[in-house]
Design a protein around this ligand. Sequence first.
Ligand code: FA5
Length: 330
Amino acid sequence: MLQQIQQQETQALSEAQSIADAASLEVWRITWIGSNGKLKAIMESLKSAPKDQKPSLGKRLNEMKQVLDSEFELRKQGVGTTVARPAMDLTEPGLRMGEGRRHILSRTIADIVQIFGRMGFDVAEGPEVEDEWHNFTALNIPDGHPAREPTDNFYMSEQGGVRRLLRTQTSTVQIRAMEAGKPPLKVVAVGRVYRPDTHDATHFSMFHQIEGLFVDKGVTMVDLKTTLWHFARACFGPEAEVRMRPSFFPFTEPSAEVDMKMCIKGVWRWVELGGCGMVDPAVLTSVGIDPEVFTGFAFGLGVERIAMRRHGISDIRLLFENDIRFLRQF
Ligand code: FA5
């Protein structure tokens, strides 16, 4: 039923978009929020919903009512249906400025950084325009590796003999953090990355990743899984779970895909969120850290995928369309 409410809300808002005059606005009002309108009908059907789902459905329906009411008020101003007033009516309260809010991705990033901050991770940063050393070579991706193909990267013109590109992953910040400091190093880095991926419901050519790196004496896969487990529970609720599936990344050995089990619209599902592993000794060596003394783990998760799962967003493109009607739901 939640899905049905979402569909109906989207349809109502899309119909509202084409309203050009007061008469069609009135038809819209009667159809959607009138006393015998569709919203009323959905509210009636709540009576037959399972008892345990009623509170969450009721809350969602109230949200839908608020969204449609404020859409109506906005449109009313747009088509000039307000009642004619005296030239200067000083009893009017005046126009209230709508309150702004931070984009849902910015809020997700702030939450993620706060969760890792509680686990002792500092924040590290790196540039979005990178050189090949940080994006590839130091990450154990040598010249000639398929990941360096021009078709998989946004290369830029050379500067001072150095070829640059838009970074394809936040793993570049692992290298920068290890170059800048000595172990113990415990950092997260969040930022935009760029890939020439075709846009679809789960892929965009610009998206955000959160990278984690912990290098010290005696760091193991147990530390890695425990860290991700704490993150999953803080981010997706106290019953969330983590699993790792063997995989391959040139800069970690062993490597794994990270899945988190979470409740989405009442159904428990495993969702792939990123990759992880133990920092490859070759990477430690490339930044002058002795792999005989230190070990480390690293992980990289997709921020959009996290935001989408937390808020039931089914299409990544919605996050970048800047449609105020979508954004003000969050
Ligand atoms: C990486 O980018 C590795 N750097 C992750 C890593 C870090 C592994 C540290 C080991 C150690 P991958 O290409 O799988 O891995 O991307 C990680 C996540 O980014 C994906 O699981 C997904 O959540 C997200 N992602 C990847 N491509 C896109 C895309 N086009 N649009 C949106 N999200 C994407």
